[in-house]
Design a protein around this ligand. Structure first.
Ligand SMILES: Cc1cc2nc3c(=O)[nH]c(=O)nc-3n(C[C@H](O)[C@H](O)[C@H](O)COP(=O)(O)O)c2cc1C
Length: 208
């Protein structure tokens, strides 16, 4: 078994949150799809409401508080990302957008990203296509073809075999394929990493 890491970001504000519920179902489906390919998954779930104040502080100061730094590093080092937002005013929520405004510039480049949203009406499902997808494309992520939207009626009478479940499975399959075909993510290069031999440094030798 190989091992990969998926980060699951949920921007729901409710408690309980339908956005978190959708994120959890997507994560479980992705784990199952990857297990079917012989890949073990470390899942890291994050609720952006826990980082809301830190995100604003980062925007104002340019520096992330420690807990937010850990979250940003985890995203940069992940093999794939599941990003789920509630639809607010026909677009992503402000918290969702602000969070991805402070994600490091190259952190998502080439990374498979499954996008999903919840909303009060299915009429706003295309917010995924006119708002969420372009944002991740701008960040040079590999956004999966299937985006998952859940309206209130999708949850009603969910017996595990609904149209929503089928879409979740399809999107999770696409994510698993993209994660499996890539080498494990290494994360961003550490700008302070020691790249020369320590003995050379002590001896004052020029390693170049
Ligand atoms: C300020 C605000 C604006 C909203 N705007 C929309 C909207 O434009 N379209 C829509 O379908 N739902 C809209 N909703 C409903 C939420 O998207 C929906 O309730 C969502 O599933 C809540 O997610 P949560 O349970 O994770 O908090 C809005 C909700 C709030 C609070």
């Amino acid at each position: 078994m190989t091992r990969r890491t998926l980060v699951v970001v949920s921007a729901g504000l409710g408690q309980p949150s339908s956005t978190r519920l959708l994120a959890d179902q997507l994560a479980a489906a992705a784990r199952d799809e990857l297990a079917g390919r012989g890949v073990d998954v470390d899942l890291r779930a994050m609720e952006l409401r826990d980082h809301a104040h830190d995100v604003v502080n980062h925007l104002l100061t340019g520096f992330p508080p420690a807990a937010l730094r850990q979250t940003l590093d985890a995203i940069a080092a992940a093999d794939g990302l599941i990003a789920v937002t509630p639809v607010f005013n026909a677009s992503y929520s402000g918290l969702f957008k602000s969070f991805f405004d402070v994600v490091d510039r190259d952190a998502l480049a080439g990374k498979p990203v499954l996008i999903a949203a919840t909303g009060g009406t299915a009429r706003h499902s295309l917010a995924l296509e006119h708002a969420v997808r372009p944002m991740f494309t701008y960040l040079r992520a590999v956004v999966l073809p299937t985006a998952v939207f859940a309206a209130p009626e999708d949850w009603a009478g969910d017996d595990g075999d609904s149209a929503l479940r089928a879409r979740i499975r399809r999107a999770a399959g696409e994510l698993a394929e993209q994660v499996d075909r890539r080498p494990p993510a290494t994360g961003p290069a550490d700008p302070f990493a020691l790249t020369t031999d320590f003995a050379d440094l002590l001896a004052g030798r020029d390693p170049s």
